[in-house]
Design a binder for this molecule. Sequence first.
Ligand code: CA
Length: 228
Amino acid sequence: MRVLLIEDEAKIAGFVCAGFKEQGFVVDHAAHGDTGFSMASNGSYDAIVLDIMLPGRDGLSILKGLRKLGNVTPVILLTARNELDDRILGLTLGADDYLAKPFFVEELIARILALARRVSGERQNILAVGELNLDRISRVATWRGETVDLTSREFNLIEYLMRAPGRVFTRTQILEHVWGYDFDPSTNVVDVCIQRIRKKIASIRQEASGDSPIESVRGVGYRFRKLA
Ligand code: CA
């Protein structure tokens, strides 16, 4: 689950980001409306949490702009109690839900998961390639019916590759999608994480990791084998 939070209040952004990370979400944060809009329109997110009152472009204008661009990413608006008109306007402009401040981060997470369920009901809950299955709702991975004990980061990474089997993803693409933009691109966390996933799958298969479902493409990156 990759979420963009556009919120200028540092305190709120802090506890929301912490709660999201604890939940295993990958979170990008923008504190300015203009930055937020550009991240929202250029990145691929599973959900956007959008404050209304922001420096620069305000939340409703961001929402309107995104929908105008054909961007249908689920949006949850954060509103102050007295912003009822904004809430109604927001829903009219294409917001999927709203939450009044103050709120508990647990409730925000529950609403994001509910939205994801709704959206993935239209897509697919189960991602299956070869003998590997991912349940995107319960977040359980299985190989030939046996559970592969993945961390949420490992799950996010393999889910990302499995969305497009056979397609090569660069380390930078994987890093941005699974870790977020603020990561040092020279880090080797992607390679380390992939090694761990391969080992976990290999330990279930009791085979050499040589024919792992995740293939290295020398000098480029990684891909999920089309036929595992
Ligand atoms: Ca604000």
